[in-house]
Design a binder for this molecule. Structure first.
Ligand code: CA
Length: 471
């Protein structure tokens, strides 16, 4: 039998928690002291990116280490086929105790139920904040309480019952801070007496940018009208700008209150590892399934390849192998996570996994052949709620090239109605907020063929197929 030298893995993931709402990433709007303990105890990744910035697809990529055209979860309407190879299955087969607790969001019943876990209890679909239903190993139960607290309670219960002679891999998946942003009662008045600062691009006028940006329904001023999200209507008599600011304060405060509960419960899990004396033997990760617009570009939501949505928070500690207080700019992807865990567990990585182990980076050396660009693809087209065009693109260390091909291509959850395709190019060094699309700027004309060749190369490397592109 392999011994306890193999690390335990505690993978904590929330839903829609952007890194610019974490103090270890320099948040201007909140503090997350417990998540910061993970960053301070190990490494913070400043360029961790999602291969498709939306919930279920990112979750499928993390389980399988593959892009969504391979794992079949291109949109939130697709269910996961549990017959696929996943890292929990491989760890389970190699002696790990495995569990997933909290949000699953990859379908329910038949092939879509979680596989590769000794124990699972998950909320159906998006789940509820208060008195949520959990499906425990196929049996539905409604449980009184607040979902973020309950998720951590169940994690601690499971850890308490573990076999201490074998390593564990626990996925603690929080529902929060996904909309409708219902805070716990204890945090209901947090931030009541202050105004949260607005982001730099709060009043973006979208000049120079694509029709895709104009048509997207995620503007705080125009599209945030759901009473379930806002809790009450704006007061009468406000100017349009005053109303936008009011909605932002309502939204961001509830979002950050939800984050406060997550941070508290991350602390409870870290304290548990300390009490049990297993903190040194445990890899702890905190991440989110993607980033989120926190009023950036006047938006809420995700989906776009823009930085705030593309970037995932990713902090990791493992005292036996990772020095504390490290920060890296090396580009990491969600498909790297399972490969990294398998390597640490000493389990062979299946060739179909498309990520790369982060271990050399975690040990302080970025390999000479490490990636300097990444491929992204958002498949849903004109979905009912947010109306975002389908697109793909690449991000290099300095540039971002996006092609809105704007077709459904049969992707579930899409509307089969084409739009004229469009390109966007951003020079992130000169324009870190992505306000100035320079695709037609002659100064970048020589660069374009190189970026398009790189896009093609990355796309083919992950076995995806380009559409017929127009200039
Ligand atoms: Ca999400």
């Amino acid at each position: 039998m392999k011994t306890s030298q193999r690390p335990n893995i505690l993978f904590i993931m929330s839903d829609d928690h952007a890194s610019h709402a974490m103090s270890c990433y320099g948040s201007r709007i909140n503090a997350t002291p417990n998540i910061d303990r993970i960053a301070e105890g190990g490494m913070r990744f400043d360029n961790c990116f999602c291969t498709n910035s939306i919930c279920s697809p990112s979750r499928a990529a993390i389980l399988t280490g593959t892009y969504n055209h391979i794992n079949g979860v291109k949109s939130i309407e697709d269910h996961f086929d549990g017959r696929q190879v996943t890292f929990p299955k491989l760890l389970q087969a190699d002696g790990y105790q495995t569990a997933i607790i909290g949000k699953w969001h990859l379908g329910h019943g038949g092939l879509a139920d979680p596989t590769g876990f000794d124990y699972w209890t998950v909320v159906p679909g998006q789940g509820q904040y208060y008195d949520p239903i959990f499906i425990e190993m196929g049996i539905e139960k409604q449980i009184p309480g607040y979902v973020t607290d309950l998720t951590a309670d169940f994690c601690i219960d499971w850890l308490d019952k573990r076999d201490k002679d074998r390593p564990f891999m626990l996925m603690c998946h929080h529902k929060a801070p996904h909309r409708p942003w219902d805070p716990a009662e204890k945090y209901a008045t947090l931030y009541d007496d202050i105004d949260i600062p607005e982001p730099e691009t709060f009043n973006d006028d979208y000049a120079t940018r694509s029709q895709a940006v104009l048509e997207a329904k995620m503007r705080i001023d125009r599209d945030m009208n759901d009473i379930v999200d806002l809790k009450s209507l704006p007061p009468a008599g406000l100017t349009p700008l005053e109303e936008k600011k009011w909605k932002y304060q309502r939204y961001i405060k509830d979002y950050l209150r939800c984050v406060a509960s997550i941070d508290e419960n991350v602390g409870r899990l870290l304290d548990y590892l300390d009490r049990e004396g297993i903190a040194d033997d445990t890899i702890v990760v905190y991440t989110s399934d993607q980033g989120f617009f926190l009023g950036d570009h006047g938006w809420y939501d995700k989906r776009f390849m823009y930085e705030e949505s593309l970037r995932m928070p990713f902090v990791i500690k493992y005292p036996r192998d990772i020095q504390p207080g490290m920060v890296t700019e090396a580009m990491a992807l969600n498909v790297d996570f399972p490969v990294t865990f398998l390597e640490y567990a000493g389990v062979a990585v299946p060739p179909e996994m498309q990520g790369r182990s982060l271990r050399p980076v975690l040990n302080g050396t970025v390999p000479a052949d490490w990636r300097t660009s990444m491929y992204y693809r958002y498949w849903m087209h004109l979905d009912e709620w947010h109306n975002v065009y389908s697109h793909y693109g690449i991000r290099t260390e300095r540039y971002k090239l996006i092609y809105y091909y704007a077709e459904a291509l049969g992707t579930s959850g899409s509307i089969e109605e084409n739009r004229p395709p469009e390109w966007e190019l951003f020079d992130l060094e000169n324009d870190p907020y992505e306000l100035n699309n320079v695709y037609r700027d002659p100064a970048y004309a020589e660069l374009l063929p190189k970026l398009k060749a790189e896009l093609r190369s990355l796309q083919l490397a992950v076995l995806d197929e380009p559409v017929q592109e127009v200039d």
